[in-house]
Design a protein around this ligand. Structure first.
Ligand SMILES: Nc1nc2c(ncn2[C@@H]2O[C@H](COP(=O)(O)OP(=O)(O)OP(=O)(O)O)[C@@H](O)[C@H]2O)c(=O)[nH]1
Ligand code: SF4
Ligand SMILES: [Mg+2]
Length: 399
């Protein structure tokens, strides 16, 4: 993916699931209109999930996810199935591909998505192999089993693909295109000031993704966007005729910025905004409020979506841990995880602190929140926890 493309986390993730050899990879190629996945008659050709960013007419920017068949067995097979489950956690809309007769496993996976309220469609592939009566029987059996009509397709003859694309467009999660980063905090004509310290963590010559996405959204909303670094904030405010209606800061300089924020301006941070955009802001703020109940024996998990090499001044490895130690003492235990690592034994932690997760899609972050809720572990994010630890939680606008 080039820098000019829509980030993967902002695309519709279409996950393709099914038994081995059902024609999942063939379907990816048919949907994409090009050969992007390897197809063969050998069962188990696709071993790891393959994520392919692509523009589909009528749908816009999508990620097609090809997966290993969920009927794979043995040690290696189990590993593949667990990776297929990871792909399921990132899926916005799922297709269950049936290449022959529907099996109980197909129904299990169908129900898995239904239970998670993820839209799911059943595709009966390879219809070119059956005569009219055989097809009628198969369709009836699928209807009985799933209580849903299958979409009939032949990847070989390129039949049914347009119908499938229309059905995908018609079944997208309701709020998919409605959610915004700044919600009601910024509207047309507002002057919004962004405070963005370009410290060691920002890649040379670039802005980080949450900043880029926020600027893009504010420009789309027809806001007047002004930006500065923390050390030029006072000077920037002095040059403005009126105080900005909103200041969005990097959380790391929350306190400094708060002290300079005019009383007419609302204040928030990029990661507070991303808590609402990608996660569950209500749970995040309720969880941060529980900070006061922690003590020196607390075990805290800090999860960061980026896998960059930790650097001096790193927010998740240095800044937040230092603030926590200052508050609760040196004995507290802090564990850092990055990327897709997220421990199964969440119940052993007293609090989870997540980064803004701009690299993850909302579905995936909400799945982590769900796991935390199930295990009754509070979960919050960088911006919110910093606001609490600096005592300005009541001064920031959450949504
Ligand atoms: N006749 C017919 N054959 C098809 C169709 N779609 C796929 N196939 C064949 O089915 C076989 C399996 O196709 P794949 O697309 O590799 O299936 P898969 O589900 O990705 O398989 P794994 O990666 O092994 O899980 C290949 O030989 C394809 O040519 C179809 O619509 N009609
Ligand atoms: S994924 Fe997390 S750590 Fe990486 S840039 Fe986004 S908010 Fe920062
Ligand atoms: Mg395959």
């Amino acid at each position: 993916m080039s820098l000019n493309d829509t980030p993967r986390a902002e695309r519709i993730s279409i996950g393709i699931f099914g038994k081995r050899n059902s024609g999942k990879s063939s379907l990816i190629n048919a949907l994409a209109g090009q050969d992007i996945a390897i197809v063969s008659q050998h069962a188990g050709t696709t071993a790891d999930p393959v994520y392919k960013s692509i523009e589909i007419q009528g749908l816009g920017p999508c990620v097609l996810i090809d997966t290993a068949g969920y009927d794979d067995s043995g040690d290696l097979g189990e590993l593949r199935v667990s990776k297929t489950k990871d792909a399921a956690a990132k899926t916005d809309i799922a297709l269950i591909v049936i290449g022959d007769d529907a099996a109980d496993e197909d129904l299990d996976w169908y129900n898995y998505f239904k239970n998670k309220k993820i839209p799911v469609l059943v595709v009966l592939n390879k219809i070119d192999l059956y005569d009219r009566n055989e097809l009628k029987d198969k369709v009836k059996r699928i209807k009985d089993k799933f209580d849903a009509n299958p979409i009939l397709a032949s990847c070989k003859d390129k039949k049914g693909i347009n119908t499938l694309l229309n059905d995908i467009a018609g079944n997208l999660p309701e709020d998919f295109n409605e959610r915004t980063i700044t919600n009601n905090l910024a509207k047309e004509g507002d002057v919004v000031l962004l405070v963005m310290p370009q410290d060691i963590q920002a890649p040379k010559g670039r802005l980080i993704l949450p900043q880029v996405q926020t600027i893009r959204e504010l420009l789309d909303k027809k806001c007047v966007v002004v930006s500065c670094t923390a050390d030029t904030l006072k000077q920037t405010l002095d040059t403005l005729k009126n105080p900005p209606s909103l200041i969005i800061t990097d959380s790391q300089v929350f306190k400094t910025v708060y002290e300079l924020t005019p009383k007419e301006s609302k204040l928030t941070s990029f990661s507070v905004l991303f808590a609402g955009y990608k996660g569950d802001i209500k749970y995040f703020s309720e969880s941060a409020a529980l900070l006061d109940s922690l003590n020196e024996n607390a075990k805290i998990l800090i999860a960061e979506a980026c896998t960059h090499v930790p650097m001096e001044e790193d927010i998740g490895r240095v800044k937040i841990p230092n603030m926590l130690r200052k508050r609760f003492g040196d004995k507290i235990t802090i564990t850092n995880v990055t990327g897709c690592d997220f421990p199964e034994d969440l119940e052993t932690y007293d609090l989870i602190i997540h980064c803004g997760a701009c690299m993850f899609n909302r579905r995936y972050v909400l799945q982590r929140v769900e796991k935390a809720k199930q295990k009754k572990v509070p979960m919050t994010n960088y911006g919110i926890v910093i606001a609490y630890l600096t005592g300005i939680q009541d001064k920031i606008s959450m949504e």
